[in-house]
Design a protein around this ligand. Sequence first.
Ligand SMILES: [Zn+2]
Ligand SMILES: [Zn+2]
Length: 233
Amino acid sequence: MNIINGFLSILFPTQCAGCKRYIKDFKYVYVCPACYEGLRLLPQRICPACAKPIQSEHADGCRECKERGNEFSYVLAAGVYEGALKEMIHYMKFNNKKSAAKVAAGLIMERVDHKIFTGADMIVPAPLSRGSAAERGYNQTYEVAKVLSAQTGIPLAQSVRKIRETLPQNKLDRKERLKNLKGAFEVKDDVSGKTVVVVDDVFTTGATINEIARTLKKASAKEVRGLVIARSI
Ligand SMILES: [Zn+2]
Ligand SMILES: [Zn+2]
């Protein structure tokens, strides 16, 4: 670190996660207003189920969704998993920043269609395994879900539990991801006939939300919708 940066870091200890400038506007925790405004929305043309950008000729859905046969009805995301948003999620995960979870929830409320909350009975955060929760001290997805619940009035319920350790999904390909998660979750509340909004941080292949949805549906949930901070594209 050079002298100027060192000096700036004393005056403004927070560096913008997007542009790396030292900022003093803490409105977005550690994303400067310019980077926050620039967080990329998903394109207009996306798969109606998994929000993956698609070509017009496949407008009724993407190939992955057709092959997989989703257990969730659809998923919405506040933005694209890149740049400042990616940094924000990473930061939230590893730096125990509850205030970042508030910013993320605010971004969701600002950007996603609120139809996802219509008729919903409960907001359920995607669970961490006991190991990761203990290691990290908190579940960032739970923090986001808590804010969403407070703002929508839909009850928050930690109804899904992770019952075994799994490998980190980002090290696996699509097929391995599915296998890795199979039977990893358990429903601990009565969800029969309920419409559930499952909150997670990132949607990549959808394996996590799909497996959680499968578990909830097996426990007689009526519908499962996915709501994430970011969609990787
Ligand atoms: Zn910035
Ligand atoms: Zn799709």
